[in-house]
Design a protein around this ligand. Structure first.
Ligand code: MSP
Length: 632
């Protein structure tokens, strides 16, 4: 049997799981499930990345130890994967001893190979936050978090001879053009490596939360060296376990575009150095954006998957994520897009077809599936062609094509029923054969469709099989089970129940009066102190002039009166507000934001607005006050 080992990135524990993490994991889960459907022996791994400065810092801010923080956050990951029917075979935590042993061994092997040497690390360090920073992270030369001045530090560090691997890596990429998908990312990596590789600092002296360097325990191993190793330590490396022998090298690492360099350059270099085989493929996906910004904890714009599940159901969310997946570029997340997808594709097209078909079997055949004696319907060939192309579509990660083909089949069955008019056929016993054929063919088509969709919407696909009266579950089916005609006639259909209820827009709001038991307190990982808030200079300002910025649909150039001065700033509100309607209006401005240039215009502040699906509504005050009044 062909083995197929799939991994997700292991997630940081300085925040709760959000929609971006859910996407990567659900995508990896769908890939795993499609490979199981194709008959592969699949092993699917996910886990958490618990060491390093991010965890140490988040724990310090809460006054707890990093281990305590990890122990509190990890169950949230485990639970959401369970809730989403994620079929992972293992969950690795980098604080487990099985992981530590493997990381130490890779480090030792690399050292024995002459690839680790003691050098000197030079960089920026914020003493207050105990944070290493790169030049690019500094804000006006200060720490981006606490805004305090940073120090240039030099400290001893172990380095990995990455430079030695430039040529071996290029050779590997050329021999394995399939290593990085999609091809655009492959080309990016090659040109980066061709630009030259510098040795990499792989230990920290100041940091305490990590795995000690085996040859010098006064240092801890760099978090990425530690984290990447999870893909082999979870299989039992360095022991020659059955799992390791069976599944390494991995077939696929699924990752977001933010961590390409680590997976496509550092990881293969570490493995080459340790004398281990390289993974076969890395699938790089784009980001989910909200109002054009990456959804992430640090930007504070995360979307809670639990509330989406509550509104759309597990399969509604899974379907939306795979259907609109940012595989080449980025995708915009919005409540209204999920609503549309779930209502039109799942509730209307698929859900209605299921209830319509089964109601006919109930009504015209007493709930027993008749045998079909008449000819084949047109959608039989369509479904057979999807099944035969499935290996290729999955190898290309072409879910858009796969799902749109399946939806064509759903439309074809709906059309077939309308054309055949079973309600008319049922009136004349002479049409019995044809009526039986309509009932059988529609149910058989639905059975195969549910089988093809099970990797994306497992729970609903199983429910469809159960209602049709098929033995076994759709999520355990193999591709051969989806051959046309395997549905046995004579079976009794199950209880007909709505599978995808229609979601109303108001479902995102509480439907009934709020009582004490509805009051919830969401977990806040990092609070803003009153000092943090007071750093923001929020003031009331009156708009004096407003004009469009040439070449931009969204931006307006404004001058505002702040009481003591007239400011120029740029606001992204042109799609909603006409310049002439703004003059004289009082708005709230962040007056001490660092000046920046937007489309060549200097902006000295930011106008506050609420944002609904990317459309701004200006924040204001209900009564007029003097310009420049502080908002607090
Ligand atoms: N701990 C590292 C990974 C180590 S792997 C050896 C890490 N963790 S993370 O929690 O920050 O995020 C991991 C992954 O979550 C990203 O690579 C990406 O796959 C996913 N996403 C996080 N935010 C995302 C979006 N807004 N959109 C899509 N995926 C995103 O990096």
């Amino acid at each position: 049997m062909t083995t197929y080992y799939v991994t997700t990135p292991i997630y940081y524990i300085n925040g709760l799981p959000h929609i971006g993490h859910v996407f990567t994991t659900v995508l990896s889960d769908a890939i795993s499930r499609y490979h199981r459907l194709l008959g592969d022996d699949v092993y699917f791994l996910t886990g958490t990345d618990e060491h390093g400065q991010k965890a140490e810092k988040a724990a310090r801010e809460e006054g707890i130890t990093p281990q305590e923080l990890a122990d509190r956050i990890v169950p949230n990951f485990r639970e959401i994967w369970k809730r989403l029917n994620v079929s992972n075979d293992d969950f690795i935590r980098t604080t487990e001893s099985r992981h530590r042993t493997g990381v130490e061994e890779i480090f030792r092997r690399s050292h024995a190979n002459g690839d680790i040497y003691l050098g000197s690390y030079e960089g920026w360090y914020c003493t207050f936050d105990e944070n290493f920073l790169t030049e690019g992270q500094l804000v006006s030369g200060n720490c981006p978090d606490c805004r305090r001045p940073v120090d240039r530090i030099t400290e001893p560090s172990y380095f990995f001879r990455l430079s030695r691997y430039q040529e071996p890596l290029l050779k590997f990429y050329r021999e394995h053009p399939e290593f990085i998908a999609p091809p655009s990312r492959y080309n990016e990596v090659i040109s980066f490596v061709e630009g030259g590789l510098r040795d990499l600092s792989v230990s920290r002296l100041k940091l305490k939360w990590g795995i000690p360097v085996p040859i010098d325990p006064s240092h801890v191993i760099y978090v990425w060296f530690d984290a990447l190793s999870n893909y082999v330590t979870a299989l039992g490396f360095p022991s020659k376990t059955e799992l390791y022998g069976r599944y390494w090298p991995a077939n696929l690492h699924v990752i977001g575009k933010d961590i390409v360099r680590f997976h496509c350059i550092y990881w293969p270099a570490f493995l080459l150095s340790a004398g281990l085989p390289l993974p076969k493929q890395v699938l790089v996906h784009g980001w989910w954006l909200k109002e054009e910004e990456k959804i992430s904890k640090s930007r504070g714009n995360t979307v809670d998957p639990n509330s989406l599940i509550q509104t759309f159901g597990v399969d509604g969310l899974r379907y939306f994520l795979i259907r609109e997946a940012p595989l080449e570029g980025d995708s915009n997340y919005s409540f209204s897009t999920i609503l549309k997808r779930v209502n039109s594709d799942l509730a209307n097209d698929l859900g209605n077809l299921v209830s319509r078909t089964l109601t006919m079997v109930q009504r015209y055949s007493n709930g027993l599936l008749p045998a079909a004696d008449a000819g084949d319907p047109s959608f039989k060939a369509l479904l057979e062609s999807i099944c035969s192309r499935l290996p290729e579509l999955i190898a290309e990660f072409n879910f858009t094509r796969l799902l749109s083909d399946v939806w064509n089949a759903i439309t074809a069955i709906n059309r077939y029923i309308v054309e055949e008019q079973p309600w008319v056929l049922a009136k004349d016993p002479g049409n019995q054969n044809r009526l039986n054929a309509v009932l059988y063919n529609s149910c058989e088509g639905l059975r195969i469709i549910a089988g093809l969709l099970a990797p994306v919407i497992p729970q609903s696909a199983n429910a469809i099989w159960k209602q049709i009266g098929v033995a076994g579950t759709a999520s355990e089916a193999r591709i051969d089970d989806l051959a046309w005609g395997k549905l046995p006639a004579g079976a009794r259909i199950g209880t007909i129940e709505a599978i995808f209820p229609r979601i109303e827009e108001k479902d995102q709001l509480p439907a009934s009066p709020v009582t004490d038991k509805d009051v919830t307190v969401a977990e806040v990982i990092s609070h803003a102190s009153i000092d943090d808030f007071q750093k923001l200079g929020l003031r009331v300002a009156e708009i004096k002039t407003a004009e469009k910025i040439k070449g931009s649909k969204k931006l307006l150039k404004l001058t505002v009166d702040l009481g003591t001065e007239i400011r120029r700033l740029v606001a992204g509100i042109a799609e909603v507000y006409a310049p002439e309607d703004l003059v004289g209006r009082q708005v709230i401005v962040v007056s001490n934001l660092k000046p920046t240039k937007i489309m060549g215009v200097e902006s000295n502040g930011m106008v506050l607005a609420a944002s609904v699906d990317g459309k701004p509504t200006l924040a204001g005050i209900t009564e007029r006050v003097p310009n420049g009044t502080i908002v607090k």
